[in-house]
Design a protein around this ligand. Structure first.
Ligand code: AMP
Ligand code: ZN
Length: 475
């Protein structure tokens, strides 16, 4: 079996991937908080997870992929203070928190479909796993890791010597240099809420009874509880955006490892930010671009996917309209080239396939994989049929829509066949077309193919019709 290696945030190195169970992989991807539309930055996290899953499946691993839907407990500050994002979204729109959750969850699934992301094995909602979260807090309580304050049940980070290992947090520094705490009852600045009480006299839309009082779970506990329910106490891969390293994932590890006494996750993988105008794209900053905005401006979701894949997933990338428009042009060209290869059966080129998988197996080097896709289409040694077969193999991981019908591509914003009349091309090309027609009449297929390649080098491709006519497409 091929050697696969992934950059592991836990070790700060590329580690060789060895799953716990032979042939099977358990993977958890931190999902969206459904109080608003996902922005295209958020969606990068799921394109990355999709490439990861498809790379593993390409190597015949059976992947169980869990993605959570955070529909309660995520406070505006990402910590333990401030408003609940769901309740805030509900107030903004004059709807119930549940209506808001349903609406934005549906919109999230639609975005995933457009991005050609394979559905997860299971999407798990925090509100549907309250008993599991309470049980996990009880376990932590029994083992002495919790304490109560007037507003909730907290995790005592001082009791977990490994606290902060994922983020390489300087806990001592954090303690001595602690900022003035908003919550004076917290024993340590890094301590975090496992369960928050509804405020006295307040009736929240989302609240549940618990052994400690009516309230709602903290944001971090949902992920530890649901991940362990579906993947076991120790599992293979956990992903999220890099912003999750210092707090959310650090806290997930603390909760899970203190409850079970076992290692929680072997490989932690994090995707970089999409920036816009030099800053992080964020719902709270109001500078976000949605998938629908891209589509309105003629950018296909598949072109956005292509654009993401032209950079390594850990790199910060800067969104600009020019670069996504460039991706739209490039991907449309690739589709035109693909269609132009015709319907003859071919076989994948072994050399290209080996290169392609070696790029992905090396911490998902998609940028290199895309570059090799362009090398492939320009490689004159390979027949159109074999190129097509090779592209269909690439498609299994890259998911750029090769093999989709023209109608489907058109519905996704890839408009094909800028078919040109002979009058629309330069004299030079006209001359070559004439020569090629003659070569074909003389059944000189070798010469005809040579001319086709030459024309392709000028940015035009040709489709042959049964009646011997040549259709010219601008690529
Ligand atoms: P949220 O819906 O805020 O819980 O975030 C969902 C996912 O998107 C998380 O994995 C975040 O780390 C990630 N994320 C948030 N903002 C960005 C951004 N600007 N670029 C890339 N990923 C992001
Ligand atoms: Zn999470």
């Amino acid at each position: 079996m091929a050697v696969i290696q992934f950059y592991n945030t836990l070790t700060r190195e590329k580690d060789i991937f060895i799953p716990l169970r032979e042939g099977a992989v358990g993977m958890y991807n931190c999902g969206p908080t459904v109080y608003n539309y996902a922005h295209i930055g958020n969606l990068r996290a799921y394109v990355f997870a999709d490439i990861l899953r498809k790379t593993l499946e390409y190597h015949r691993y059976k992947v169980t992929q869990i993605v959570n839907i955070t529909d309660v407990g995520h406070l505006v500050s990402d910590e333990d203070e401030g408003e609940d994002k769901m309740e805030k979204g509900a107030a903004r729109e004059g709807k119930t928190a549940q209506e808001i959750a349903e609406f934005y969850t549906k919109s999230f699934y639609e975005d995933l479909t457009k991005l050609n992301i394979q559905p997860a094995t299971r999407y798990t909602k925090a509100t549907e796993h309250i008993p599991e979260q309470i049980a996990l807090i009880q376990k932590l309580e029994e083992k002495g890791f919790t304490y109560a304050t007037s507003d909730g049940i907290y995790f005592d980070t001082e009791k977990f010597p490994d606290y902060g290992k994922l983020a390489l947090l300087d806990i001592e520094g954090l303690r001595s240099g602690a900022r003035v705490e908003e919550n004076e009852e917290k024993r340590n600045p890094a301590d975090f809420a496992l369960w928050k009480f509804s405020k006295p006299g307040e009736k929240r839309q989302q609240e549940w009874p618990s052994p400690w009082g009516i309230g709602f779970p903290g944001w971090h506990i949902e992920c530890s509880a649901m991940a362990m329910k579906y993947l076991g106490e120790t599992f293979d891969i956990h992903t999220g955006g890099i912003d999750h390293i210092p707090v959310h994932h650090t806290n997930e590890i603390a909760q899970a490892e203190c409850a079970t006494g076992k290692k929680f996750v072997n490989y932690w993988m994090h995707s970089g930010f999409v920036n816009i105008e030099g800053g992080k794209m964020a719902k709270s900053a109001g500078n976000f671009v949605r998938m629908a905005t891209l589509e309105e401006k003629g950018i296909s979701p598949l072109a956005y996917r292509y654009w993401l894949l032209t950079a390594h997933y850990r790199k910060t990338i800067n969104f600009t309209w020019e670069t996504v428009e460039g991706a739209q042009t490039a991907l449309t060209k690739l589709h035109e080239i693909f269609l132009n290869y015709g319907n003859k059966e071919g076989k994948p080129d072994e050399e290209y396939l080996a290169k392609f998988t070696s790029f992905l197996d090396d911490d998902l080097e998609t940028a290199e994989a895309i570059a090799s896709l362009w090398d492939l289409v320009k490689d004159e040694r390979i027949s159109p049929a074999d190129k097509k077969a090779t592209m269909l193999e690439y498609e299994k991981i890259l998911g750029l829509g090769f093999g989709f019908s023209k109608e489907k591509l058109s519905s996704l914003g890839i408009k094909l066949e800028k078919t040109l009349g002979v009058g629309d091309v330069p004299e030079e090309i006209k001359k070559l077309l004439g020569e090629r027609k003659k070569a074909r009449q003389e059944k000189n297929w070798k010469r005809s193919d040579e001319i086709r390649n030459e024309i392709f080098g000028h940015g035009y491709s040709i489709k042959d019709e049964k009646d011997g006519e040549q259709i010219i497409i601008s690529v």
